[in-house]
Design a protein around this ligand. Sequence first.
Ligand code: 9D3
Length: 231
Amino acid sequence: MRIDVLTLFPGMFVGPLDESIIKRARESGRLDLEIHNLRDYTHDRHRTVDDRPFGGGPGMLLKPEPIFEAVEALRREGTRTVLLSPSGRVFTQPVARELAELPHLLLVCGSYEGVDERAREVLMDDEVSIGDYVLTNGALPAMVLIDAVTRLLPGVLGHEESAADESFSAGVLEGPHYTRPAEFRGMKVPEVLLSGNHAEIARWRADQARQRTVLRRPDLLRSGSSAPDGE
Ligand code: 9D3
């Protein structure tokens, strides 16, 4: 998959996307990722990307000209142009799966108070928020999206990791896990896990997961759907 990112803060993307699984996905060619500076698509001597809102009000808006130039230069046939914005549809695992099917994402990071409505209306195919809290700009949300989408691309995760996903995320939280030693600072691993009784272990785990979900995320149980990841 090809992903292009348009941002005012390209430096924020250095580091997080150069580690671990994303790094491997890039090295193997399964993810082709490029970061672009919106300022490179300006023509005035101050490289102006923002301006004050007509009608007044707080903050600044991204002006349309650089966004139009950049998006028109970077998109092609089959591109999904996605604006990261607090007003977007909320990013969930089903949305990640939907985007992972596409050949090319062009992610446009919102900044300041937002973008000129004409750029949103004409250029954006989709608009995504990562949740109901206020961030300073759309760069971290873009990285969250890239991370969630990349691990779904064919061949990026090992078979064990991806299979684990399917069976354990069926609408409940995970229960507790333990590794060696069997006793640590007086704290013992639950006896059942050492018993070798796999049917009883499975029952215990399912019960622990259900209890934890009732306590922490009752919304997951009441939401109706029993499909994996809440689809
Ligand atoms: C005064 C209204 N604010 C919206 C709640 C304005 C505003 C705040 C923060 C406009 C943009 C931003 C910067 N945030 C993003 O661009 C953003 C974001 C977020 O803040 N939370 C969750 N997801 C996202 S995706 C992009």
